[in-house]
Ligand binder design. Structure first.
Ligand SMILES: C[S@@+](CC[C@H](N)C(=O)[O-])C[C@H]1O[C@@H](n2cnc3c(N)ncnc32)[C@H](O)[C@@H]1O
Length: 241
């Protein structure tokens, strides 16, 4: 039996099998982007690595990665309530000189694409002068039922400016700004709802849930990141108590 308010140190595809059909109010997540085991750029034509994941190699053949993400999204569809929303952060990647859009696999899933928000991260480590420097990512807002509506309580536009949190602060190379899950939570859930982050990283979605009185379930494959997530959660909880 899966507990709410817990991060499980396990593969999300194994963990989600224990979650009942249509039992989760909202899913907020950012999967690994299959960047071949490191976060890299090209400076003057030379490959430069600027970070990697701890305990996880992000290095699948691209077609396997896309097929895995399609299966993953359909599993999310199964456990999401019929009036729920999924927020899926990804980005356009350049592979062998061409852009690959996440739409390539999202459109193969059962989800309806409700809206796409542009995340303006304002800066990038990727300063490859062969292209304009990519400072945006995408937030795909997915739902199951086109009668379901978000509540744009903060009157936001579809471009959100927010930086990712630097690795030197959290120990993780791709941490959400807490504003991202908070905006999702406020627009798509109510107090007491259950929010799942299957790729929980260092716990930002859980922190956003605690700040807004929502319950959370998380999966994270790396023990190092699980430990950091639990420490960050303890810090937040001890400030509330
Ligand atoms: C983009 S990061 C998520 C960061 C998170 N949003 C945060 O703010 O900390 C993706 C995470 O997924 C984890 N991961 C990769 N494969 C996984 C899997 N099969 N199941 C669970 N976690 C996985 C990685 O270790 C990494 O921490």
């Amino acid at each position: 039996m899966i507990k709410i308010i817990k991060i499980y140190n396990m593969d999300c595809m194994d963990g989600m099998k224990y979650i009942k059909n249509e039992s989760i109010n909202c899913i907020i997540t950012s999967p690994p982007y299959n960047l071949k085991g490191d976060f890299h750029t090209f400076v003057n034509g030379k490959r430069v690595t600027y970070g990697d994941y701890k305990g996880f190699k992000d290095n699948l053949p691209e077609e396997v990665y896309q097929s895995h993400q399609t299966t993953f999204l359909n599993e999310c569809y199964r456990i999401l309530k019929n009036d729920g929303f999924m927020f899926y952060n990804h980005k356009n990647r350049i592979i062998n000189g061409s852009i690959i859009s996440p739409l390539d696999w999202i459109q193969k899933t059962k989800f309806n694409i409700y809206q796409i928000v542009v995340l303006n991260l304002k800066s990038t480590a990727n300063v490859d002068k062969r292209r304009f420097f990519p400072v945006h990512e995408l937030l795909f807002i997915l739902n199951k039922n086109n009668k379901t509506k978000l509540n744009n309580v903060e009157c936001l536009t579809d471009v959100w400016e927010m930086k990712k949190v630097p690795r030197k602060i959290t120990g993780h190379p791709a941490t959400f700004h807490v504003m991202l899950p908070e905006r999702c939570i406020k627009s798509a859930t109510k107090e007491g709802d259950i929010v799942l982050d299957p790729y929980m990283g260092v716990g930002t979605t859980a922190i956003a849930c605690i700040n807004n009185n929502r319950n959370y379930i998380g999966f994270e494959i790396s023990t190092t990141y699980c430990d950091i997530a639990n420490r960050r959660i303890q810090d937040v909880v001890s400030k509330i108590e």
